[in-house]
Design a binder for this molecule. Sequence first.
Ligand code: DON
Length: 452
Amino acid sequence: MKIDPITPMLEAIHQRFSADMSGALADYIPQLAAVDPRLFGLALAGVSGRVYCAGDADAPFTIQSASKPFVYAIALADHGLEAVLERVGAEPSGEAFNAASLEPTTGRPFNPMINAGAIVTTSLVGAVGPAERYERIRAVLSAFAGRELTHDQAVYRSESDTGDKNRSLGFLMRSAGSLRADVEATVDVYFKQCAIVVTARDLAVMAATLANGGVNPCTGVAVVSDQVASHVLTIMGTCGMYDASGEWLLRVGLPAKSGVSGALLAVKPAQFGAGLFSPLLDARGNSVRGIASCREMANRFELHLLNYPGRPSPATYLDTTAALLHSSKRRDAAQRSRLAQEGDAIVVRGLQGEITFAAAEEVLVACEQLSEQVRWLIFDVERVVALRRSGRAVLDALVRELGLQGVETVIADPGRRGLVAGAAEFGSRDTALERCEDALLETELPNQEVTR
Ligand code: DON
């Protein structure tokens, strides 16, 4: 059975903007002025690996500046954030993509999304010589797209023949010390990287790979680490749309990157990537219909990253004690009666979902309500799908704190994932409960002195 309500939604957005022929083709690279201005394609790739398309989603075009985030990802993977930041900044420039301005004190380009920063980033791709450098870029961009990409020789030549502005940026940066590689060779690799041919479908999969923590959701290949993907998305969020970046984040609220070919990609982390193509550009060099469609998608699908997401589902789904919930171990009448009377000393809590910092804090706050008589706290974590680093830190501290206050924490986890440090782990709620019941029954009767 094929169920696909998403394609018709994309088609509706495509339909809504298809008649808008405003804007102009980029003509500073002569080959780009020869593109059919009617082309208009949209694609959405989910982290599920499914791709939905509308219009000319398979029409080829050169990636241009939409290559910049992916080459930045290679530089980060090769050198780490600190080393890369020494050479290329992370501040929105508020200027056009080809502006010839560098940070006054350091000579660094402002960010890796403008041409100057992207040229330095290209020079940072680890390789022996320009041929190998370009081949690495091509191979990594192919892994992001999930298919072998190649460059368009005519567009590359066309930009190389007319690209003196970028060469001049290269020489400016070399004299300022921020570009340390050979200018001609580096700019040549940059021109070739910009001429790599993609489709809107490819851009969607590349964006979805960033959305999916660096793992291509269609091929399953881990292209970059989740931390590199996160750094790249951050820069796209603040600098991806050049001098329109602030307003873009305000209105659309998604990390994005445009290119003068009319390429646009946008990312909703952990959900999907969007690829858009329409070659008619606004005054800032961004695709008119790409921007309009992306804005529409963001509104229709409520994608703005900073919108209030609503309260998450509660972290605790079960809260009871051994007075009510018993292990399956057979107990004699005296033991049963004692457990009925003193079972409140054993609290059983079921945790669920993803334990983030906020979820762990919820568990912590609930523990403040524990009565004085509690001696054992069983966390059944079977339904916990993930324990985030920050959530783990809070839970580990909670276990330590409870221990100091005389409460022993016990974990029930059939997956035996060792999620919480300093707590005994059992393979089921039943065995955890049995162990705590045994411990309670081994303690002296509370009123023994009086009855003796
Ligand atoms: O550096 C250039 O001029 C182009 N190859 C890429 C620029 C670009 O795509 C700017 N995007 N809006």
